[in-house]
Design a protein around this ligand. Structure first.
Ligand SMILES: Nc1nc2c(ncn2[C@@H]2O[C@H](COP(=O)(O)OP(=O)(O)OP(=O)(O)O)[C@@H](O)[C@H]2O)c(=O)[nH]1
Ligand SMILES: Nc1nc2c(ncn2[C@@H]2O[C@H](COP(=O)(O)OP(=O)(O)OP(=O)(O)O)[C@@H](O)[C@H]2O)c(=O)[nH]1
Length: 436
């Protein structure tokens, strides 16, 4: 299900990142640290009154050497393209500035709801500083203070009012939604074309929450698929489309709407740091993952080449050890037919539920084989485990003290679970919980 999206715009220094962090709350900090993956804090999720939404800090989208005004203009346009509701943020301590007026001018052009918030109103006496902002014409002005956490509730109440009607599931639940991510030029568009082949369906604009998203349907062997955000893979001529942060944002949104994510690599050029970062996003999102090595036609090879490349992938993407690897060529179409069955399998793993009794046998056997660790004289005790969810499969392990369940032991349990059940292509999550 795609969540509504909120974007924060405003000139520099009004406090966009402060507000973003407030709204995102603890979420970012609890995400596990993956070595080599730096987090761009431009896109995350928030929750208010049980309503989940995605949030974008357009200020975090670095638009290179563009002049100052051009940058904020482009950021406002990104907000218009990507969001369902826009928070226009200004600074109450400085009043309405020329740059605020520039942002306003861009926002007048959109039909999307804009909620005006004035930040740095740190105490009630300062509330009179906000009246000038009514002149910008966005209706009610919400005084807030990011540093003191004031006024955010009222602001979010207003934002929520403008969310689109609850969208029903975009596609039938049997339809497999997948996206292709990877750095520029690895051959994502070529691969989509290769998959569509003769049966190329006219690209239809299926309305998602992002008006701009163009998804491409595909049916093969009786299975329906939708390739998510094929438009985002093509350059559409807007200035900011080519900036790295924007393509990351686009990819993150596509990942979020997908069941399965294809991480596309260039077999000819090999693996570079950017690939790792992109793969990290897919992993963190908890989607099923397939690694695709494209341009395999262009690689000079002997019988060892594929194994060697696979070893390289495993060494670089240790966190993706569950992802199957498919070598193919979008250009010659060699082995492209092997891809969809692997996608089907990954989706199946992502939805797999295992019986509690068998799961507990596996866990108890694991413990017998490799006794639980001790820490400061205290031994970890594992009582039982149960699967609490799918997409990704999530297991709660009841223990005496979750602090004692270290990453390495968790990893060991994960591997035993994987040996016992076929979760190929899917991440699995283990949560330690104290038995009450
Ligand atoms: N007094 C006061 N200062 C604030 C408040 N919110 C943010 N600030 C300060 O304003 C400055 C800018 O905040 P940021 O959140 O970095 O602003 P930004 O809009 O994201 O800036 P850019 O990243 O340059 O676009 C920081 O020094 C913050 O500490 C607030 O509510 N009150
Ligand atoms: N040799 C070879 N070249 C390929 C293959 N697939 C794509 N290419 C070439 O790689 C280049 C980039 O392909 P695209 O499909 O545009 O790559 P992309 O990942 O969609 O690129 P962006 O739109 O920039 O993100 C083109 O020149 C393709 O002809 C392949 O399997 N083998």
């Amino acid at each position: 299900m795609s969540k509504p999206t909120v974007a924060i715009v405003g000139r520099p220094n009004v406090g966009k990142s402060t507000i973003f962090n407030r709204i995102v709350g603890e979420r970012i900090s609890i995400v596990e640290d993956i070595p080599g993956v730096t987090r761009d804090r431009i896109y995350s999720s928030g929750e208010w009154l049980n309503q989940e939404f995605s949030i974008i800090d357009t200020g975090g989208i670095d638009l290179g050497d563009e002049p100052f005004l051009e940058q904020i203009r482009q950021q406002a346009e990104i907000a218009i393209d990507e969001a369902d509701v826009i928070i226009f943020l200004a600074n109450g301590r400085e009043g309405v500035t020329a740059a605020d007026e520039e942002v306003a001018k861009i926002l007048y052009k959109t039909k999307k709801p804009v909620v005006m918030a004035v930040n740095k109103v740190d105490n009630p006496e300062m509330r009179s500083d906000i009246y000038d902002f009514y002149a910008l014409g966005f209706g009610e002005v919400f005084p807030i203070s990011g540093s003191h956490g004031l006024g955010l509730g009222d602001l979010l109440d207003e934002v929520l009012k403008h969310f689109p009607e609850k969208t029903t599931e975009e596609y039938d639940e049997n339809t497999i939604k997948f996206s292709l991510i990877g750095r520029p030029n690895v051959g994502k568009s070529s691969l989509v074309n290769a998959l569509l082949g003769q049966e190329r369906v006219i690209v239809s604009n299926v309305a998602g929450t992002t008006r701009d998203a163009v998804d491409t349907p595909l049916t093969r062997d009786g299975q329906d698929y939708v390739i998510i955000d094929t438009a985002g893979m093509r350059k559409k001529g807007k200035v900011y489309e080519s900036t790295e942060k924007y393509s990351v944002l686009r990819a993150l949104r596509a990942i979020e709407r997908s069941d399965v994510v294809l991480v596309v690599l260039d077999g000819e050029e090999g693996i570079i740091e950017q690939d790792k970062k992109i793969a990290g996003y897919a992993h963190e999102a908890g989607r099923a993952i397939v690694i695709v090595v494209n341009k395999w036609d262009a690689v000079e090879k002997d019988e060892k080449t594929m194994n060697e490349f696979e070893e390289k992938i495993r060494a670089h993407f240790q966190f993706l050890d569950y992802a199957p690897i498919v070598f193919l060529s979008a250009k010659t179409k060699k082995r492209t037919h092997t891809l969809l069955p692997v996608i089907n399998k990954a989706r199946e793993s992502h939805n797999l539920r295992v019986p509690t009794n068998v799961l507990n046998e596996v866990i108890m056997d694991a413990i017998a084989m490799n006794p639980t660790p001790t820490h400061n004289g205290q031994r970890l005790r594992v009582y039982y485990a149960t699967q609490v969810g799918v997409k990704p499969p999530t297991f709660v392990v009841f223990v005496n003290d979750p602090e004692l369940l270290h990453f390495s032991y968790e990893r060991f349990l994960e591997n035993r679970i994987r040996d016992a059940f076929d979760f190929a292509g899917s991440p699995i999550k283990i949560i330690g919980r104290a038995r009450s």
